[in-house]
Design a protein around this ligand. Structure first.
Ligand SMILES: [Mg+2]
Length: 270
């Protein structure tokens, strides 16, 4: 177990960790300010590949958290880094939102949203603009044997009215139809945590992954070999620890305020 008070890089899940839906937790701003004040850094990590970072900057801004592009790391960022580290594909079919496609294009990934002969890879994200045409195109491509990569494995995305099918559910549909499963990039895979270390230059020992889900947030940190804090302010409960699926967090806190108190313990009052 690492030393909590020595943590300087905080990889923060958002929903359920720093806010719930549209309400910021009271402990979030004091924690973020304390991290900065001590020369630390935080990154907001999200598996959501349907929205651009601009949408998150606006959302956080609306809750009083000033943030810039560099404060975020998304599963699309990790996908782009993954693609850059491999021999390039000729043409990728981008199965996702317009925002997903334009992020890939801006990063120099050759993408199309039409069924074309040269396509040798299917990139799938959380698609809130899903059509049957895209499902059909995907099946044709998968049956042709193209590479298949997904931004995130989440089956559902929480909304104000309940859950909607996320990328993992659509991948499950495609699996039923074609027998093909994607290689997955986002949490719980370690790629996002590794990219965070790479981009910030902090050593592994200084990093802490903080999240409200054992099977995505905590597992991502554990898979990347960094310490983790499981917060009980969102989806996860203490009962999950017994189930766990083999995932054990380094620390458990009621919420971000409790994490702040424990972290700052050696530095005086919060
Ligand atoms: Mg969460």
């Amino acid at each position: 177990m690492g030393n909590l008070s020595e943590k300087r890089l905080f990889l923060l899940d958002m929903d359920g960790t720093i806010y719930l839906d549209h309400t910021l937790f009271p402990g979030t701003l004091p924690f973020l300010e304390a991290v900065r004040a001590r020369g630390g850094r935080y990154l907001f990590l999200t598996n959501n590949s349907s929205k651009s970072v601009d949408a998150y900057i606006e959302k956080l801004g609306g809750m009083g958290v000033a943030a810039v592009r560099e404060d975020f790391l998304t599963s699309v960022d990790a996908l782009i880094a993954d693609l850059a580290a491999r021999p390039p594909f000729r043409l990728c079919y981008a199965f996702g939102t317009d925002s997903f496609q334009s992020q890939l294009r801006a990063a120099g990934v050759p993408v199309t949203n039409r069924l074309e002969d040269g396509v040798d890879c299917l990139l799938i994200g959380f698609d809130t603009e899903l059509t049957f045409q895209k499902l059909e195109d995907a099946c044709i491509l998968l049956n042709r044997g193209v590479e298949f990569i997904a931004t995130n494995p989440d089956c559902v995305c929480p909304t104000w009215y309940g859950s909607v099918p996320d990328c993992g559910s659509v991948c499950e549909m495609l699996y039923r139809a074609t027998g093909r499963r994607p290689r997955v990039i986002g949490k719980p895979q370690p790629a996002m945590a590794r990219l965070a270390l790479e981009r910030t230059g902090f050593p592994r020992s200084a990093a802490l992954m903080v999240g409200d889900r054992l099977y995505t947030d905590v597992a991502c940190g554990a898979n990347a070999g960094i310490d983790t804090a499981f917060v009980l302010s969102g989806e996860g409960t203490r009962e999950d620890l017994a189930g766990g699926g083999g995932v054990t967090p380094t620390w458990v806190f009621d919420d971000i305020s409790a994490l702040h108190r424990a972290w700052a313990g050696r530095h005086g009052p919060v």
